[in-house]
Every structure is written in structure tokens, then in C-alpha cells.
Design a protein around this ligand. Structure first.
Ligand SMILES: [Zn+2]
Length: 201
């Protein structure tokens, strides 16, 4: 695969590695969906990390505030799926540094010696937007530390929920239109008799 894959090549990469599956899934939250994403399955292989990171970085170079701020940018990831994305993007953009949050009991925080500093120009990245809750928490955390957020960038947006964090632009390498149902009683796939697979993250 070329270093600059097109959409079809990216989908094929996700499918082949099992990072993206189509069917009928029951998520740990109880949600029923027709797509399931497990991006770490693709990111186990460094070549994929590089390819996806380069492709995402090309989209980031189209964001004026990013090009104006480079190379003095901090790439920030929530734990833990976003960390390989952050290093790949840092490498492709030649940004200054990578910072990642830790997670404890659902809460995100920075360790004191690697926290975002006041005035840092931040590119927030993650592998996947499922509901957007993690990135919303990361946005608040970066703002609490006085960082400026230039953009949010993800490899995959599931499309389960509209993620629009106010004035912050969002860049997505691939966007899906996942159908999600709150439970079996309201699931079209259950009604159609499609066998369901219970999945874990
Ligand atoms: Zn169902």
C-alpha cells in the first residue's frame, strides 16, 4: 500500500486487520450497532501507524491555524488508543511534542511533569470517535490547563453521535454512518433476525 492511501485503501486496511467490522453488534454499553471499530487492531503494525498518521497529517495541513502554528504545536491524546496516532502525527508534521492524558475511573488527567502548559498550541488527536465523550473531556482538560486548541483530528468517526465541539474544527480521516439502537427492543437488526455478536473493547 502506498504511504498516501486513498479512502478505499484505508477501508481495506481497517477491514483486513479487523479494526472495522460490519454486521450486528452489542456494545458493552448495551447499544446495538451495525459497525464495530477496534482501531488498535490496525495500529499494532507500525507501517499502518505511519500510513494512517501521514494521511491524517495531510488533512491537518489544510487547517490554516495548524500551518500558522507549526512547528510549535503540542499533539495531545487521551489514553490510550490515541497515543500511537499522536506520535505518527507529530512525526509527519514535525510538531514540537506529544502529551497524553491518563485515565482513572473514567476521569482524564495530566501527570504534573507532562501536562499541557498555558499558551500551548494544541492539536488533539484520537483513533476513534464513538460517542465523543472522551474528546469532550480532553478539550475541557486542555482548556483547564490554559492550552489553546487548534483542531481535533481522528482516524475514524463512527457517526453514532454528531460530534461538533463548538468553534473547534474537526478533521476525520474516515467517517461512517453507524446505525445505533439503544436496546434490542428498538433494534431493526434484531427485528430482522440478524445474529448479534456481543463485543468488548
Ligand atoms: Zn440488535
Amino acid at each position: 500500500m502506498p504511504l498516501m492511501p486513498n479512502r478505499e485503501e484505508i477501508l481495506e486496511l481497517l477491514r483486513q486487520t479487523g479494526a472495522w467490522r460490519q454486521g450486528h453488534f452489542i456494545l458493552p454499553s448495551g447499544l446495538h450497532t451495525d459497525h464495530f471499530f477496534q482501531l488498535p487492531r490496525a495500529m499494532r503494525y507500525y507501517d499502518n501507524v505511519r500510513r494512517l498518521g501521514v494521511a491524517l497529517s495531510r488533512l491537518l495541513r489544510d487547517v490554516p491555524r495548524v500551518t500558522q502554528s507549526l512547528p510549535h504545536c503540542t499533539v495531545v491524546a487521551p489514553a490510550s488508543g490515541g497515543i500511537p496516532v499522536a506520535f505518527a502525527v507529530r512525526d509527519a508534521l514535525n510538531a514540537e511534542q506529544v502529551v497524553w492524558a491518563e485515565r482513572q475511573a473514567g476521569r482524564l488527567y495530566f501527570r504534573p511533569f507532562t501536562a499541557v502548559q498555558k499558551g500551548d498550541q494544541c492539536i488533539l488527536v484520537d483513533d476513534l470517535i464513538l460517542t465523543g465523550t472522551t474528546l469532550e473531556r480532553l478539550i475541557r482538560l486542555v482548556w483547564d490547563h490554559g492550552g489553546e486548541i487548534l483542531v481535533v483530528a481522528v482516524l475514524v468517526d463512527s457517526g453514532i453521535r454528531v460530534f461538533r465541539p463548538g468553534p473547534i474544527p474537526v478533521v476525520r480521516l474516515v467517517e461512517f454512518q453507524t446505525r445505533a439502537y439503544p436496546d434490542a427492543a428498538r433494534c431493526d437488526l434484531c427485528r430482522a433476525g440478524v445474529p448479534a455478536v456481543a463485543v468488548e473493547f
